[in-house]
Design a protein around this ligand. Sequence first.
Ligand code: ATP
Ligand code: MN
Length: 463
Amino acid sequence: MDYRRTYLRDLLASEPGVEVSAYGWVKTRRDSKGIHFVQINDGSCFADLQVVVTEGAIPEAAMRQVTTGACVRFDGKLVASPAAGQAVELAADGLEVYGSADPATYPMQKKGASFEFLREIAHFRARGNTFGAVFRVRNAASDAVHRFFQDRGFLYIHTPIITASDAEGAGAMFAVSPNLTVEDGKYALKVSDPADDFFGKPAFLTVSGQLEAETLALAMTNVYTFGPTFRAENSNSTRHLAEFWMIEPEMAFCDIVGNMNLAEEFLKDVIGTLLDRCAADLEFFNKRIEPDLLATLGHVVESPFERMTYTEAIRLLEASGEPFEFPVFWGADLQSEHERWLTEKKVGRPVILTDYPKQIKAFYMKQNDDGKTVRAMDVLAPRIGEIIGGSQREERLDVLSARIREMGMDPDHYGWYLDLRRFGSAPHAGFGLGFERLLLYVTGMKNIRDVIPYHRAPGQADF
Ligand code: ATP
Ligand code: MN
């Protein structure tokens, strides 16, 4: 048995008349007088292959094992299908059952099982329509991300997963060091001599690769990361995972305008590619998961994003007369109700907001001359709110070190980061995009736990 395989995707696109072998797992089986209809799928495409077995073509004893969930190979001839929605079907005269599945106990039996239940049997859910589609879109999106950057000369870099720099307060961290204690929110080693600890200092799983990516951008110009990221978010949110994948481009000789251009081009390119490459999967999501999906995605690809400052957005929100749950005032962090009003009601397209108050943004963002705002940019999209967060970075040594001190952070922890501004500093900018947030957007799925094969969240580390 060779790995070279004719996928069902290719069989379904073949001309009738050829002898083929079709491998897959049984979705459903229906028997009528003198004839069996079996739907099989191998995960390569949304559509199932219909296998037709006329009585006597295959011994009935073997056919009895063809039940939902069984793994099989049918041999036979592709014939034109009289049924609607498929060009060909397989008239089978040969069968091998690789693994049967007892219908009394196979967990993926029920049609219409809830996503909550399917999370408990995540080791089988990819065999169903919804999760097959999710993971095919996930694959195509990963590929589209790399293609987008590679086509533009960005170098793919790997930033560390274990890190001793406590990043930026981006999120709560998971400790890696076995000798760690926390007192008053400060981490320390339990050992009396740091040399007795594996890393000699408190170490954690990374919450962002940005700071390290900046060092590579200030040597190699345009770079990007696409890797796992960890945050000990103790919330049962539908938008947060403890382990997720983040895409972080970083560009030297680039300001906030170039950064906005990249973010807009990136979203349009990736979504456009998926509309093309995953048409059948996205049609399914449009029909069964999110009725406006194809319309909003098409709209994102076609319309120029609106650009406005945070201050302008606050003015619009204040004048809106909407009864928001959270108050709107200059200096407030925007909530998703505000972001959705702006993108859905006011503008009707994605919006890029810039120049946020410095007190609600990270220390590394470039300060504007007004002394109040920083060169941050968030991309907000209809239906979801913030999808990308980025900024031009502060490249001036004196301004950056003053900001670190002002925020009560320890400059000693950022020696190497400040060094970049000491030697050969350059204007640079970049952004971060949670890959699963992007997948929520393009699939219309509602819970972030349902766009990754095995989710990690509070109380959830199964499989
Ligand atoms: P949020 O306010 O939604 O928690 P954040 O401000 O903490 O996001 P950033 O620190 O800017 O997010 O991280 C960059 C991107 O990573 C976010 O825009 C989002 O897409 C994604 N992200 C952040 N936290 C998580 C998480 N726990 N699970 C999945 N994706 C996340
Ligand atoms: Mn967060």
